[in-house]
Design a protein around this ligand. Structure first.
Ligand SMILES: *Cc1c(COP(=O)(O)O)cnc(C)c1O
Length: 444
């Protein structure tokens, strides 16, 4: 699919910002030149996926597209029970409302915003247990998504252990910079969970990117395929949630999978109530066909080399100019380290949002804050310890020249960084406030 893009004038951008309440989620897409808000559901589908959409068997029950979808997910993951959902958070809703209840504690390397919100929605408490290096933007640790297994053991063997209904691990760790989890760490987490009878569920949105990093960086893994590594990752776990809008290469879709027939039955009951019948799960059947094809395409190692190569290319241009980024670059985007970018702004001046606004003002590039606004309602010190702006790269959409334009824009903002002013929040909803809050420039 080819789309025209247009660079709005400086005045148009300034007016758009004011209308949007300085929240980039409120911009119209025509007001954006290069859209790096998210890599979720923004991929370009392949010729084969578009052809698949024409093969929709829109039967309410028993569609052949569901059969294809189910057999594809089973083949990639080995999980027997596959429950389709319309996107990742719907899968999280089904899993967490089935397994967790008020007063529980759910550990994860780092909860993504929607996962955190769904844990809190059932009255449970999300706890992030990533290794210390995950919170140091300058650390070059190859697997900054890893779980701190010592703290996991402490939690499970401590007084709160009985209140942990499941352990989750997010691959790759989106909130922490798209950083991978190593196979060795997953094996250790799985052993700890198995010994204590705790189910281990993966947030597998970017599992193919994670497996690619394992192949590249983990000793002894370079001869294995992404699929083989994936199979081992899934064998270590009891189930997973997935937003197919990431490594499913589609615009909408997701699923939750489990090895436990009893849990699968309960998931399906909730599914029928909230999403739809188990052979479509809130999706058109043709969408399931596109997911089946996309899931397989995302394991193509030439594709993954290109994808992760694009992220590295942009990171290289920025680092070369001295722009502070979270190191090493992750799988799906480049994350600007706001504390080093805007050291003159205090935390109460919302520097991450101020920087994201400035990138739009300079070049109509849309990014997203991952910092005080996204996690402001979270009391854990870990959630507050990094302030980032994410430039997420959509899959199979932009070319090297688009990325050069983005780098030029950011470099210009970097060169005049000392002139950037803070923002204040003028409207803040209770949940997932980064999506809908409104802001205003600080008075001069
Ligand atoms: C995108 C994402 C989700 C939620 O998926 P949606 O399809 O946006 O609902 C959950 N976890 C992670 C790690 C994600 O990146």
């Amino acid at each position: 699919m080819v789309e025209a893009i247009r660079l709005p004038s400086f005045d148009e951008r300034e007016r758009a910002l004011a209308r949007a309440g300085y929240n980039l989620f409120n911009l119209f897409s025509e007001e954006v030149y290069i859209d790096l808000l998210t890599d979720s559901g923004t991929s370009a589908m392949s010729d084969r996926q578009w052809a698949g959409l024409m093969l929709g068997d829109e039967a309410y029950a028993g569609s052949r597209n569901f059969q294809h979808f189910e057999s594809t997910v089973r083949e990639l993951t080995g999980y027997p029970h596959i429950v389709p959902a319309h996107q990742g958070r719907a899968a999280e809703h089904l899993l967490l409302s089935t397994l967790a209840r008020s007063g529980d504690i759910v550990p994860n390397n780092m909860h993504f915003d929607t996962t955190r919100a769904h844990v809190q929605h059932v009255g449970a408490r999300p706890v992030d247990l990533a290794i210390d290096e995950a919170y140091d933007p300058e650390s070059e640790h190859p697997f900054k998504g890893n779980v701190d297994t010592r703290r996991l053991v402490e939690l499970l063997d401590g007084p709160s252990g009985a209140h942990v209904p499941l352990v989750m691990v997010t691959i790759t760790n989106n909130t922490g910079g798209g950083q991978p989890v190593s196979l060795a760490n997953l094996r250790e987490v799985a052993r700890i969970c198995r010994e204590r009878g705790k189910p281990l569920y993966l947030d597998m949105c970017r599992w193919a990117e994670n497996a690619y990093f394992i192949r590249e960086r983990e000793p002894g893994q370079d001869r294995r395929s992404v699929r083989e590594i994936g199979r081992e990752i899934f064998e270590l776990s009891d189930g997973a949630t997935m937003s197919a809008k990431k490594d499913g290469l589609v615009n909408i879709g997701g699923f939750v999978a489990t090895r436990d027939a009893g849990i699968a039955a309960r998931l399906k009951e909730a599914l029928i109530l909230f999403e739809g019948f188990p052979t479509y799960g809130g999706l058109a059947r043709r969408d399931l066909e596109a997911i089946s094809i996309g899931l397989a395409e995302a394991t193509d190692e030439r594709y993954l080399a290109h994808r992760i190569g694009q992220v590295r290319f942009l990171a290289g241009l920025l680092s070369g100019h001295g722009v502070p980024i979270l190191r090493p670059p992750g799988g799906h985007g480049v994350y600007l380290d706001v504390r080093r970018f805007l050291p003159h702004l205090g935390a109460d001046q919302l520097p991450g949002q101020a920087l994201a606004v400035e990138l739009y003002r300079e070049g109509a590039v849309r990014s997203v804050e991952i910092g005080a606004i996204m996690f402001g309602d979270d009391p854990s010190p870990a959630a507050r310890s990094m302030e980032l702006v994410r430039l997420a790269i959509p899959r199979r959409v932009y070319t090297e020249s688009h990325l050069r334009y983005v780098a030029d824009t950011i470099q210009r903002v970097w060169d005049r960084r000392s002139t950037i002013r803070g923002l204040r929040m003028v409207e803040a909803p209770e949940h997932l406030r980064h999506f809908t809050a409104r802001f205003a420039p600080e008075p001069t």
